[in-house]
Design a protein around this ligand. Structure first.
Ligand code: BYC
Ligand code: FE
Ligand code: FE
Length: 471
């Protein structure tokens, strides 16, 4: 379905036929734009950015590319096309028609899931708002803004569901999305990782590699939802998520490539004097970002997750491809436990281990890119491997939260942890060093000292294309 850009709010949900909803969203829009101007990417009013915008949601050719004057960007509401006769795939209601309206008895739970999902989207924009000032290239600057506008659109997607399906309290929740802010001591974002700062580009690429990947897995689980509007929204969001993770993965790969070039050229592991980021520092950033993202999956055992599943609101990753009864009331699985300062496993009902299973799927997916990173390092005949830390490392949620562990999963005493933690996690000095490299490079085609050029430009254009024009 084509999207009508003559509308104030481009959409493929027939907004013009629903005057009340349209008016409600038009009332929310100025608050959103205020928020974007105050807490979105700073000082971009005059920028023209080569962006990809949705023009249709069909799988073949939904995207349109061109320079957009930032203040003219239009955030729209797009749902993937409905699947005819879609049935609920799991839980008590397995096999019933998918719901096009909110089932009254699950209203609170559904709203909570939508609010939690929605809250992360503007949070990420807030976290990344200063990065434009220190971009390593115009190519990267454009990718940052592409990610930011799409995260803004993801907020629109959740706000649409709240306005269209939850009446007054939905509208109130939509307003609150713009009241909470990343890192705000009084009104923080809901999930912890979305209150961290993202002040340097190594963190940005780690964010889009690890944190957007949580987005992929949570959206995939929500796209299984029996509530069809949520499912269709998430399916379209997932097409955008793939690009965010591409930005993260290729960004990290380019940094590693540059590091390896410098290591080879200077025959040294310490490439900091040559303007590169040493592999140990990259490993510390991996350790930090991966461990805070594991917290985003909640506790290993969760009755919330069991309820969401049984109610048919949130499924598992690729639910339909799993070969079981999709009801799970008689299934067991092993989950980690910590007892007497030892890590082992215990039996748990599979239903309460749904979050843990999703986290395991996430871990597997995260490892794929790490293996590709190591291939680059091997190609330079360098004898170092990057690794994901153990699930017990640096955790604040779940069974590991009260113990201290090394990245290989060995339990440490408090004093051992204090003594060694900065061998594994970024120290103030590490942050200061990485920040010292963050000087803007805005000449088309040029790259900062610490990152290799991308393999190719965007949408068939050259790497030295003027992806961002400043006036
Ligand atoms: N921080 O039963 P539990 C994205 C709370 S990222 C703070 O173990 P449950 C994006 C929890 O609320 C995807 N609190 O797990 C990426 C509960 O509170 P109550 C975001 C936490 O309930 C990059 C209690 O602890 N989407 O899109 O299943 C850029 C016990 O929880 C945390 C979603 O997350 C935490 N980390 O919750 C832009 C999907 N973890 O009930 C965007 C929607 C748990 O005791 N959310 N708690 O008051 C959910 O499905 C669930 O809320 C969670 C975990 C999976 C997050
Ligand atoms: Fe998002
Ligand atoms: Fe994303």
């Amino acid at each position: 379905m084509k999207i009508n850009y003559n509308d104030l709010i481009p959409n493929n949900v027939g907004l013009s036929d629903d005057r009340r909803l349209l008016r409600a969203l038009e009332r929310w829009q100025p608050a959103y734009l205020n928020w974007w101007n105050e807490l979105g990417p700073i000082d971009t009013e005059t920028f023209q950015v080569y962006l990809r915008t949705a023009i249709s949601v069909e799988s073949n050719g939904w995207a349109n590319y061109g320079h957009v004057h930032m203040p003219d960007y239009r955030w729209g509401i797009f749902l993937s096309p409905p699947e005819p006769n879609r049935k609920i795939g799991f839980g008590y209601h397995k096999g019933e028609e998918a719901w096009s309206e909110v089932p009254g008895e699950y209203r609170t739970e559904l709203r909570r899931l939508i609010v939690t999902q929605g809250d992360t989207e503007p949070a990420s924009v807030e976290q990344q708002r200063h990065l434009g000032k220190t971009c390593p290239s115009l190519y990267d600057l454009r990718n940052l803004f592409q990610v930011n506008v799409e995260e803004g659109r993801h907020l629109w997607a959740m706000v649409y569901l709240l306005h269209a399906h939850f009446g007054r309290d939905g509208r109130e929740e939509a307003d609150e999305m713009l009241d909470r802010h990343a890192g705000d001591p009084d009104k923080p974002r809901i999930l912890e990782a979305f209150n961290e700062t993202t002040d340097d580009w190594l963190s940005f690429f780690m964010f889009t590699y690890f944190q957007d990947r949580d987005g992929k897995f949570q959206l995939a689980a929500l796209s299984e939802s029996g509530f069809d509007p949520l499912s269709r929204t998430c399916r379209f969001m997932l097409t955008e998520e793939a690009h965010h993770m591409f930005v993260g993965e290729t960004g990290i790969m380019r940094i590693i490539q540059r590091t390896c070039e410098l290591m080879q050229k200077h025959d040294s592991d310490d490439v900091r004097p040559f303007g590169g980021i040493d592999l140990l520092t990259i490993q510390k950033w991996i350790n930090f970002h991966y461990s805070i993202c594991l917290d985003l999956f909640g506790s290993e055992k969760s009755t919330n997750a069991a309820n969401y599943y049984s109610m048919g609101l949130k499924g598992r990753y690729q639910e339909a491809k799993i070969n079981d009864d999709h009801i799970l009331t008689n299934s067991q699985t092993l989950v980690p436990k910590v007892e007497d300062n030892k890590i082992s496993t215990e039996e748990s009902a599979l239903l309460t281990a749904i979050n843990y299973k999703l986290r395991e799927d996430y871990a597997k997916d995260s490892q794929r890119g790490i293996s590709r990173f190591n291939k680059i390092i091997r190609n330079y005949a360098i004898n170092t491997e990057l690794k994901l830390p153990d699930a017990a490392f640096n955790r604040n949620i779940g069974v590991f939260k009260d113990i201290n562990c090394s990245p290989d999963g060995t339990i440490l005493s408090q004093s051992e942890w204090q003594e060694h933690r900065h061998e594994w996690l970024p120290s103030e000095d590490d942050y200061a060093f990485v920040r010292s490299l963050m000087v803007p490079v805005i000449e088309p085609g040029k790259m900062a000292s610490w990152i290799a050029p991308p393999k190719r430009g965007i949408h068939g254009l050259d790497i030295d294309y003027e992806y961002v024009m400043f006036h």
